[in-house]
Design a protein around this ligand. Sequence first.
Ligand SMILES: [Zn+2]
Ligand SMILES: [Zn+2]
Length: 135
Amino acid sequence: MPPRKSNLNICDECKTDVGSEDKALVCCVCEKWFPINCQRVTLEDYKFLVKSDDSIQWYCKGCRGASLKLFKMLTLVSKRQDQLEDEVKKLNNGMKEFNNKMDTQSSEFHDLMKDVSEINKSTALRVQTAHLFSF
Ligand SMILES: [Zn+2]
Ligand SMILES: [Zn+2]
């Protein structure tokens, strides 16, 4: 926490003066002082925060709300990204299925062509035999 300012500050929330004697916390985002009663910070939390070094940061209600909004927005964006990835995956799977179908279809076609040529052969044979017997 930065050193306590000696001059008076006015709380953005309740518009009361925050004196150097008041139990107040400074927000790490807007760097304004807020009395703990206004921000509903418990005395224990306050003592803990005052004793703590800069590694522990405190956000005022307004900034907490803003960061929460940002957080929500970020989760929304990442959710959308997940959805997009899902769609891409689905699309890829669809393409794979399509390719597989094409493969089976072409092998079916291949089989069909084989059958046709077999039939042709046997028909040709029959025609030949028919010719043989006609003489
Ligand atoms: Zn206030
Ligand atoms: Zn703030």
